[in-house]
Design a protein around this ligand. Structure first.
Ligand code: FES
Length: 348
């Protein structure tokens, strides 16, 4: 049974078995969101009146005390009756890109690094999104959805570019590193996530630093290219961390960007081997070594939780304002391996 749900005076119908988050995003009403799987807590909201079913909300993300005080996770909770919710922040209820279901056609499959592929998905109609957001892909032959960041700028809206890393035994990897072929049809849902460039009017052209681990490079490519096209003279430094040289990809693309924009530079960082032309160690440490002060800079982090957490600490150490720190964690779909194992190896 559907039930109406409202926030800041905007009322939408929440279909049966639709989360509050999904109902709002499908109606083009913004709500903070990131993982869409109950792990990050970004979508926490206050139920003002009505009643919700918390469904699979994990206790680690939404404690019993929080439930008792009327909090809920928008990406998990379903309204049981007409419900009104509120979130902190003045942007609640603003218009956003509409969340849509699309059927895409695989138009490109390319091996770009060890256990890493670029998948291109052609769309019949363009998808409106902001650079840095992600889509969910329904793995063919299963009921499983997996999130993949877009490497596109918003203008590149007809062919979606995903970078995927093989996860041994992973349900999506079975397909993406197995039978996938050009011409295959696949269901995609998006855009999702709040990790994206600000609107052009809000982009002041401040210096930026981007740190990506593994396929965490994907959204940073879209973000950096968008930010540089808007402000060609801005300073932007990208730290790209992987384990070994064989894991690196798209360095030619980054070199082209550095050629085109004098303020852009990038640093490749290898954590497990020493090779000429690359730094050794971890990408956030390389940033701390290089940049004495990042006051007034914006920071963009994407990769494994450990990389993102280390990046936040590094940014704060270099005096970046917390409000200018943007992050996207690639949470494993399966139980977490040891942190050392996923330091720079986001699951694909
Ligand atoms: S917990 Fe809802 S978006 Fe992450």
């Amino acid at each position: 049974m559907s039930a109406a749900i409202s926030v800041s005076g905007r009322r939408v119908e929440c279909a049966e078995d639709q989360s509050i988050l999904e109902a709002f995003l499908r109606a083009g009403v913004w709500m903070p969101n990131s993982c869409n799987q109950g792990t990050c807590g970004t979508c926490k909201l206050q139920v003002l009146c009505g009643e919700v079913d918390h469904r699979d909300s994990p206790l680690e993300t939404l404690t019993a005390d929080e439930r008792a005080s009327g909090l809920a996770l928008a990406c998990q909770a379903r309204p049981l009756v007409e419900t009104e919710v509120a979130l902190h922040g003045s942007e609640m209820g603003r218009t956003t890109h509409v969340l849509r279901d699309l059927t895409a056609t695989v138009v490109g499959v390319e091996d770009i690094a060890r256990d890493t592929r670029r998948i291109l998905l052609g769309l019949e109609e363009p998808l409106a999104f902001s650079a840095g957001q992600y889509v969910e892909l329904l793995v063919p032959g299963t009921a499983e959805r997996r999130p993949y960041s877009l490497a596109n700028t918003a203008e590149e809206d007809k062919v979606l570019e995903l970078h995927v890393r093989r996860v041994p035994g992973g349900v999506a990897s079975e397909w993406l590193f197995g039978p996938v072929a050009v011409g295959d049809r696949v269901e995609v849902c998006g855009p999702l996530g709040d990790f994206h460039v600000p609107d052009a009017d809000d982009d002041e052209g401040e210096p930026m630093v981007l740190i990506g681990g593994g396929t965490g490079l994907a959204p940073l490519l879209g973000i950096a290219r968008t930010a540089l096209a808007r402000h060609p003279d801005r300073t932007a430094v990208l730290y790209y961390g992987v384990r070994t040289e064989a894991d690196l990809y798209d360095t030619d693309r980054l070199a082209e960007l550095a050629e085109r924009y004098r303020g852009f530079s990038f640093v490749t960082v290898l954590s497990r081997e020493t090779r000429p032309g690359h730094r050794g160690g971890y990408a956030p440490d390389a940033f701390v070594e290089d940049i004495a002060s990042a006051r007034g800079w914006s920071g963009w982090l994407c990769g494994s939780p450990a990389l993102v957490e280390a990046g936040v600490k590094a940014f704060k150490r270099r005096r970046m304002a917390p409000r200018l720190i943007h992050r996207e964690k690639f949470e494993p779909a399966t139980p977490r391996p040891a942190l050392a194992e996923i330091y720079q190896e986001p699951p694909g």
